[in-house]
Design a protein around this ligand. Structure first.
Ligand SMILES: O=C(O)COP(=O)(O)O
Ligand SMILES: [Mg+2]
Length: 233
């Protein structure tokens, strides 16, 4: 049961950490193109773009192992998961090379993102972007979509020893912002973000439109839900 409204949660916060993929930018098109190019490099069959959505949000390595396991399994390969792990270094090199070129071309900011960020800034909240996407790709994507200037820091999946759902990235980001977890609101699109937030001691608001590993987002334990970042204010 939500006892505090989302605008109240914002009012009680001095900073916010905002997830990127599925929360600010719809990046499935970029992921699909880069995965496609990687599979071609490895001379493997293509995967349906719709299936990639459930694999996004836990970092590049997780995405690629999931894609390779799926593709190899469908080809009737025994021990597809072990084969996928073995192919990972080669797949990652190819994927990153293609992603760098593709980044932002097949993606778009969700409606209400700019309004939401403007409103948070107007209320004096310090903002960090906290994503499992590699930091360099995150910075480039934010800049390409005109969103970079809202954030005093940007941390990706390679910024710290562990990624979300581990609480470490959130705790480190709070340190960088100079705030405590209790004062810092996490805004994300998945159970990954919610689990990390709870473990770190942060309140969490989830958007209802992103990528939640194929599970209904309303089933995730969160402090609030919004249909658009514009509703944060
Ligand atoms: O898994 C990724 O690459 C990005 O995921 P996130 O921006 O939702 O954290
Ligand atoms: Mg996300």
């Amino acid at each position: 049961m939500t006892l505090v409204s989302v605008p109240q949660l914002v009012q009680q916060s001095t900073a916010a950490m905002i997830d990127l993929d599925g929360t600010m930018v719809d990046t499935i098109g970029d992921f699909a193109k880069a995965v496609d190019a990687m599979l071609q490099d490895l001379r493997l069959p293509a995967i349906d773009a719709a299936r990639i959505e459930n694999m996004v949000g836990k970092g590049s390595e997780h995405l690629l192992v999931s894609v390779l396991t799926c593709v190899l399994g469908e080809r009737g390969q025994e021990d597809a998961a072990a084969q996928a792990e073995a192919l990972l270094p080669q797949a990652l090199e190819s994927y990153q090379r293609h992603y760098e070129r593709i980044n932002g071309q097949y993606s778009r900011a969700y409606p209400g993102v700019v309004e939401g960020l403007e409103a948070l800034q107007a209320r004096g909240l310090k903002l960090a972007c906290l994503t499992n996407k590699p930091t360099a790709f995150a910075i480039e994507l934010l800049a390409a979509k005109g969103l970079r200037t809202y954030f005093s820091c940007v941390f990706g999946g390679d910024a710290f020893e562990r990624k979300k759902p581990d609480p470490m990235p959130l705790l480190k980001t709070c340190e960088a912002l100079g705030t405590t977890p209790a004062q810092t609101l996490m805004v994300g699109d998945s159970s990954n973000d919610a689990r990390a937030a709870h473990a770190a001691g942060c309140k969490v608001v989830l958007v209802t439109y992103g990528y939640n590993h194929g599970e209904p987002i309303r089933g995730v334990d969160a402090d609030g839900f919004v249909d658009s970042l514009a509703e944060l204010a």
